[in-house]
Design a protein around this ligand. Structure first.
Ligand SMILES: Cc1ncc(COP(=O)(O)O)c(C=O)c1O
Length: 353
């Protein structure tokens, strides 16, 4: 029996995707070669890359004028690629600081220019999303993180600004309906809702590029990657293939509209128990709670051993909170079935009994 996998990332992927991916490693599409031993320029792999990119456009409902890239280097490299490609020499950008990943993005951007941090929730261990901040008008772009994987908070709305809007969607992309055209640049590491670690999805509006006056190293230049159809260098073929399978799985399920309803139901099941059960309390402010990462603590730490025993015995894995928050974190990404969440809720109720 498989475990109930609540890992924050790399994390659960659909069972049927894992099965197809393992078959392709042995023999890809009946060509008697493995997916990972054929050229990335073969017609077979070029078709995989094209399919993956067109599924992203379809699922996010993107109009003409956006390019989709699958790059290496993780979302962490995008912390640097974003300012390289969008921040003018002598320019300025504004960032919203909502957690560890925002902070890391700010640190990299500061290497290249002036960065205004418009608001931060660091005063309360990032357990809420700052509101009512103002965004300066003299900036090249505004950067935010849609979902704070470690702290379990999520932006429910995105600010309106005349500047370019950039978003790190690593831990909630493809999980809820958003007007994706409000963004000029979106990036997301694959290893939550898309595939294995090793590739990063970048969605960028073509018209914003090439305007900084900077010399950009080739590997960091979005325009070069676009001109080479994400094949400037050898792309991470296996992560791209598995991402394509996951995106197809999502499309077959009914797309983002369908998964959003399931995600809301799953999160409601767990948050309702956290609020009802006197032995638990939620970490994140209620109005900012994430649908993807549910952070919570015991009200009485002396129950820790008993609770840990219960969920371990129930076959649950990956529930330990991040070291900077403590407590527990249940990551309930797209591929997590509601049945696994019920198993966790049962363990919480068992502790109460
Ligand atoms: C919101 C967010 N941004 C960025 C990252 C960093 O991603 P990577 O490890 O792919 O560089 C993570 C990783 O968990 C994340 O959750």
């Amino acid at each position: 029996m498989k475990k109930h996998n609540f890992s924050a990332g790399p994390c659960i992927l659909p069972q049927e995707v894992l099965k197809k991916a393992s078959e392709a490693v042995a023999n890809f599409d009946g060509i008697d070669l493995s997916l990972i031993e054929i050229s990335h320029r073969s017609k077979e792999f070029v078709a995989v890359m094209e399919k993956a990119r067109s599924l992203v456009k379809e699922l996010l409902n993107l109009p003409e004028g956006y390019s989709v890239l699958f790059l290496g280097g993780g979302a962490s490299l995008e912390f640097l690629m974003t300012p390289y490609n969008l921040l003018k020499v002598d320019g300025k950008a504004a960032y919203l600081d909502t957690g560890t990943w925002s902070k890391k993005a700010i640190k990299e951007a500061k290497l290249l220019g002036k960065i205004d941090v418009v608001a931060s929730s660091s005063d309360k261990t990032y357990n809420y999303i700052p509101k009512n901040y103002s965004i300066p008008s003299d900036i090249d772009y505004f950067h935010c993180t849609s979902n704070n994987t470690i702290f379990g908070t999520q932006l429910k709305e995105f600010p309106k600004t005349d500047a370019m809007l950039v978003c790190d969607m690593s831990s909630d992309i493809f999980s809820r309906e958003i007007d994706f055209t409000q963004f000029d640049l979106i990036y997301a590491g694959a290893q939550k809702n898309m595939g294995p670690a090793g590739t990063t999805l970048v969605v960028v509006k073509d018209e914003i590029l090439g305007k900084t006056g900077r010399t950009i190293p080739s590997m960091l230049d979005y325009q070069i990657h676009i001109s080479k159809d994400s094949m400037f260098n050898t792309p991470p073929v296996f992560p791209v293939y598995v991402s394509m399978l996951t995106l197809q799985w999502l499309k077959d399920l009914g797309g983002i509209n369908a998964i959003e309803k399931i995600n809301e139901e799953k999160a409601a099941l767990l948050y309702t128990e956290i609020d009802r059960n006197p032995l638990f309390k939620g970490f994140a402010a209620k109005e900012d709670r994430s649908l993807m990462n549910v952070t919570f603590n015991l009200t009485d730490d002396s129950k820790k051993e008993a609770f840990d025993k219960l969920w371990n015995a129930a076959g649950i894995s990956g529930l330990k909170g991040h070291r900077s928050v403590g407590g527990y974190r249940a990551s309930i990404y797209n591929a997590m079935p509601i049945e696994s969440i019920q198993v966790l809720v049962d363990a919480m109720q068992e502790l109460e009994k």
